[in-house]
Design a protein around this ligand. Structure first.
Ligand SMILES: [Zn+2]
Length: 201
């Protein structure tokens, strides 16, 4: 069976936004990162600024890299990361695949914090069969009753005399903690609660 091109995957024709598009906005809580030309979709409900990606047609699929905009849409709306259609849900909850990571909680898969969006039943089955990453790692097929929106992660920029300077990658910012003023978000995370491990999708 040919490999699918997942909806959520980046392409090598996706271009990152330019640092020159960034500016400083002064609010009641001090300076924060912003775009010079603002768009309504730049910030999420929690006020985090999201990275911009310029997409052009064509391009090779990068299987190990997610497009930030499509990842956000899938996670927000509970769409399948492979086809972009509704993710599967039954009486045990939403369908997710997850694997144990170095920073997974001892309760894993319960309370796992993930940036991998859910799946429809068909594409969960295909992913378990095809994904070399899943085959190499301890993974589980999960039904999740409460996949709570948890926060965002991305690159933290520090304000210098010459503007914003990227200082830390993959920094996780939970919604229940104070917002990081220099964070440019590129992933939306959910915490998997009330998890049931199932044999197959
Ligand atoms: Zn699907």
């Amino acid at each position: 069976m040919p490999l699918l091109a997942p909806y959520v995957a980046s392409r090598d024709s996706d271009l990152p936004g330019r640092t020159s598009e960034l500016t400083v906005e002064f609010g009641s809580k001090g300076p924060r990162i912003a775009y010079r030309n603002t768009r309504s979709t730049d910030r999420d409900h929690h006020g985090n600024l999201w990275v911009r990606v310029r997409e052009s047609p064509g391009g090779r699929v990068l299987y190990d890299c997610m497009n930030p905009q499509r990842q956000r849409v899938c996670m927000e709306r509970m769409l399948c990361q492979v086809c972009g259609g509704p993710a599967d849900r039954n009486e045990q909850g939403w369908l997710f695949l997850d694997w144990r990571r170095a920073d997974s909680p001892p309760t894993w898969p319960e309370r796992s914090i993930t940036s991998m969006p859910p799946l429809c039943a068909e594409h969960a089955r295909v992913s378990v069969r095809q994904c070399p990453f899943l085959r190499r790692n301890e993974h589980a097929v999960l039904r999740v009753r409460k996949p709570r929106l948890h926060g965002v992660s991305g690159t933290v920029y520090t304000l210098t005399a010459r503007g914003w300077h990227a200082s830390e990658n993959d920094c996780l910012s939970a919604y229940d903690e104070p917002r990081i003023p220099g964070l440019l978000a590129s992933r939306l995370h959910r915490e998997l609660r009330r998890v049931t491990v199932v044999d197959r999708p």
